[in-house]
Ligand binder design. Structure first.
Ligand code: SF4
Length: 338
């Protein structure tokens, strides 16, 4: 069963066996408004509603199979008809701003050692429509979502076309109308993807999961660094920033005893030179089966002192949703690789 999102009228007509393009447009308009049950699409003829309901039950392919809530964070597990399961999260800043954290793939090929999704391997890419369905289902929780981050399962730049098609659909004025400026793509440092994004020239935000500014340390934790070492990454970021003039976020997952010393802060300073970047320090969220340790409070404070001494622009993020595994690097699902 195929998703109806990110489709032309003609494609929707073919998938649903419709006769007229305006019927496809009615269905699309309903989906954008969050009406996903064909029987509630009252501007369609009754006989058509009944046929579609009996054939597909629901206009979305994704089903919510689990919902967990903690610290005003809501995590949904969604299943697709092929048995794939992904997770997505709705975050709240406590002041009425809601952000959808979307997955772009089932699993991830990048294999970053500190990340739970990385342990799954890549099972498959999500289609653009499936990504947009995540947004619709998170919106169905009842609050208007104004921001989007691609920080769920998968590396969005590794599923470039689908992720960009989803972004365009979520941005479309007659659709979900989310400003590009309120969207953030997170990447582990996939340089070819950053270059393609630069060429695309859309003012989305870019967040880079840096973790270490030392090639040896970074390569030992993040395989991507072996293919695209730090100097190549920095070059790509400088070009992106030259085109977009938008502040970058460098996500720095703080791993106890690994990237928290003075030398790490000095290397970080060197990497930041010439970039307009905010370093986001995220103490590692514990994942039981992994060997890393969450840094102690003393270790975090000592690293902060080093950052201050270097004059690095930083913030410390205490991940919300830790208790429901909805925090950074903690999303994974029970879908198994075939
Ligand atoms: S950190 Fe991101 S890119 Fe790395 S394995 Fe996890 S999901 Fe993939």
């Amino acid at each position: 069963m195929e998703s109806l999102l990110c489709r032309s009228d003609k494609e929707i007509m073919e998938i649903l066996n419709l006769e007229k393009p305006f019927q496809a447009r009615i269905i699309r308009d309903n989906l954008i408004k969050g009406v996903t049950d064909f029987s509630n699409m009252t501007s369609l003829p009754k006989a058509m509603r009944e046929r579609l309901s009996s054939e597909r039950k629901n206009a979305l392919t994704a089903r919510i199979i689990r919902k967990e809530e903690a610290d005003s964070t809501v995590k949904l597990a969604l299943s697709y008809p092929d048995g794939s399961v992904i997770e997505c999260v709705r975050l709240s800043d406590g002041k009425g701003r809601y952000t959808a954290c979307l997955s772009s793939q089932v699993g991830c090929a990048m294999g970053c050692a500190f990340c739970k999704t990385g342990t799954m391997g890549l099972i498959r890419d999500l289609s653009a429509g499936e990504i947009v369905e995540e947004f619709i289902l998170l919106s169905s929780l009842g609050e208007r979502i104004s921001h989007i981050v691609f920080m769920g399962m998968g590396e969005a730049l590794h599923n470039f076309t689908a992720a960009m098609d989803a972004i365009m659909e979520l941005h479309r004025e007659s659709g979900f109308d989310i400003s590009f400026r309120k969207m953030t793509i997170s990447t582990c440092g996939l340089v070819p993807g950053i270059k393609k994004l630069t060429e695309l020239d859309i003012p989305v935000r870019l967040a880079i999961s840096l973790v270490s500014a030392d090639d040896e340390t970074r390569s030992s934790i993040m395989r991507v660094n072996k293919a695209y070492p730090l100097h190549e990454l920095k070059d790509a970021l400088l070009r992106f920033q030259h085109r977009q003039d938008r502040r970058l976020t460098l996500e720095y997952c703080l791993l106890g005893g690994i990237n928290t010393d003075k030398k790490s802060a000095e290397k970080l300073y060197e990497f930041c030179k010439g970039l307009d970047a905010l370093v986001n320090i995220i103490p590692w969220n514990p994942i039981p089966e992994m060997d890393f340790t969450t840094p102690s409070e003393a270790e975090i404070r000592s690293f902060e002192r080093e950052l201050k001494a270097q004059g690095i622009n930083y913030t410390i993020r205490r991940s919300k949703g830790r208790s429901i595994s909805g925090a950074c690097g903690q999303l994974a699902s029970e879908t198994k690789k075939q």
